[in-house]
Design a protein around this ligand. Structure first.
Ligand code: AMP
Length: 399
């Protein structure tokens, strides 16, 4: 029976889940927060055990991993008696550059690639590597696996991932489209082939991962054909705080008019734009829905812009694949926000999409078909589960 520890390390946080892979069951999950900052704490919820919380200094990720092991092996709050019961560790790693199109067992070469990609994922890759090294130190001999968020996008064709800028920038600096949320798109696209019963080689699926960050992918037989995020997660859909696609000249224009640097303008495009920048209400769709219902015109505009961009990308991806068998919604908004799915689906009648409005409006957490039996293109909601995907990849590689 394989038990996998899944680690998602951020710069000052470390989220984890301990998963029994055969039962597909989460035995415990938790988070270390404020690593390296005063007031660090760990909290954990384990199967059948009281919730655990401990405020204790963690000067780095090594300290955090030690506390995770202590929490998992705690008699009162934990689920295992010793760390020998951790069979392998799966790490979410943001960027594998052009080098990894699949998950891989961590070796010195793999760590070098993660380090070489620091420039491409400056906020995440250093933290991901620190998480790996901390686990190697705390659990010598336990296999570690890197699961890359960019791996799914590696099957894109050269004409899709190449930007039409002087080619030497690709050669010198690896500037190209990579795509993100790959672990989620991969999980949901392949799950869709299975539950909908589509052809495993030819099934054409569009996955709308709509959350705080949003992206959309087109895949054939579970292999990515196109995806909306680019060199960074800024490209593509309108998001909570990110602009998505804009004319790059906007950057220069704002910089000149507002006397700002390129870095400052990019910060605005990443953190102060999207539905937040338009509405000034919130980046959270629950707040936006409330505001729009209460007559806030700018909240309504933000929602309309979000929907329009999703509809436009679905049209583009249906064209890129010369057809589509299924459209799948996932992540916080995709799984929960009825009005977004409703508006998107109703704009796709030209594709033969017919929404079952009643099923769509039900508040449920399960995988479900929300189109009518007559709908030419099937529309589904499939909850994403990145941790399970990481655990499954890890188990497959270490078996
Ligand atoms: P994510 O980044 O996947 O966690 O998604 C976060 C977004 O999902 C936020 O904009 C939330 O407003 C939206 N959302 C809508 N309904 C819910 C819900 N019931 N639970 C969680 N997130 C929700």
């Amino acid at each position: 029976m394989l038990k996998i520890l899944v680690i998602n390390a951020g710069s000052s946080s470390l989220k984890y889940q301990f998963i029994d892979i055969e039962k597909k069951e989460v035995l415990a999950k938790g988070i270390c927060e404020r690593i390296g900052i005063e007031g660090s704490k760990i909290s954990q919820k384990a199967d059948g055990k009281p919730e655990y919380e401990l405020v204790k200094d963690m000067k780095d990720h090594s300290d955090a991993i030690k506390m995770v092991i202590d929490a998992l092996t705690s008699k009162e709050y934990g689920v295992i008696s010793s760390m020998n019961e951790i069979d392998a560790v799966g790490h979410r790693v943001l960027h594998g550059g052009k080098y990894y199109s699949a998950s891989t067992i961590v070796t010195d070469d793999v760590k070098k690639v993660i380090r070489d990609c620091f420039d491409l994922g400056p906020l995440h890759n250093p933290a991901n590597l620190t998480g790996i090294e901390a686990c190697e130190k705390a659990m010598p001999g336990t296999p570690q696996v890197a699961v890359f968020d960019t791996a799914f996008g590696q099957s894109m064709d050269k004409k899709v991932y190449t930007y039409a800028i002087p080619y030497e920038y690709y050669e010198k600096y690896a500037i190209r489209r990579y795509g993100f949320h790959g672990i989620s798109h991969n999980f949901v696209a392949n799950r869709a082939l299975e539950v909908i019963g589509l052809d495993k080689e030819k099934g054409k699926v569009i996955v709308c991962h709509l959350g705080n960050g949003s992206s959309i992918s087109a895949s054939i037989g579970g292999k990515c054909v196109d995806t909306s995020m680019g060199l960074t997660p800024l490209e593509g859909l309108v998001m909570g705080t990110r602009s998505g696609d804009v004319d790059p000249a906007v950057v220069q224009y704002i910089a000149n008019k507002e006397n700002k640097t390129v870095d400052e303008v990019l910060n605005i495009l990443n953190k102060k734009s999207g539905v937040l920048g338009i509405s000034k209400v919130s980046s959270d769709f629950r707040d936006l829905e409330d505001a729009a219902e209460n007559g806030n015109e700018m909240a309504k505009l933000a929602l309309d812009m979000f929907i329009y961009r999703v509809v436009k990308y679905i049209g583009a991806y249906a064209a890129a694949m010369n057809g589509v068998d299924a459209i799948v919604f996932t992540a916080g908004i995709g799984e929960n926000t009825v009005i977004i799915r409703d508006a998107v689906a109703k704009s796709l009648t030209y594709l033969g999409v017919e929404l079952d409005e009643k099923i769509n409006s039900e508040r449920r957490k399960d995988e479900r078909c929300i189109s009518t039996p007559n709908s030419k293109v099937k529309v589904w909601v499939i909850p994403t589960n990145e941790e399970l995907m990481i655990a499954e990849d890890t188990a497959r590689l270490v078996k």
